[in-house]
Design a protein. Sequence first.
Length: 157
Amino acid sequence: MSKFKKDGKKSVENINTASLPDIVFMLLFFFMTTTVMREVDLKVNIRLPNATEAKTLEKKDLVSYIYIGEPAGPYQKMFGTEPRIQLNDQFKNVADIQDFIAQERDAMNEADQAKMSVSMKVDSKTKMGVISDVKLALRRASALKLNYAAVKSETLE
């Protein structure tokens, strides 16, 4: 019979890490290109109304958003529970809408300025008086392409 014996300790070979930086940068590039940054932090509560006829917007980069609703939890201490207007990340008044539209137009290409539209995301419980005031301010700012955001449903309740 033969005898098996161990020849000392075997050394473990090192793992080749030459391609590790390539893999890390490839993952980093993937996440940078697929991640979408949120443009606006909502400071108002919005429950969109139901609609039977709705279309999706095609060119969202030509749309400016106006949010109207009751301030969210942490902002109710400062602003109360009455519906407020949010333009970008700030609460504003109806008088500030014309300046907002002018800034949004200036940020666009000259060719796209005529195609600009305004989308109003309004809470379903908001009174029509606030919406009428906003529409009047938009008319004064020559922002005549207006749409309302809604949730598409088959039947209205």
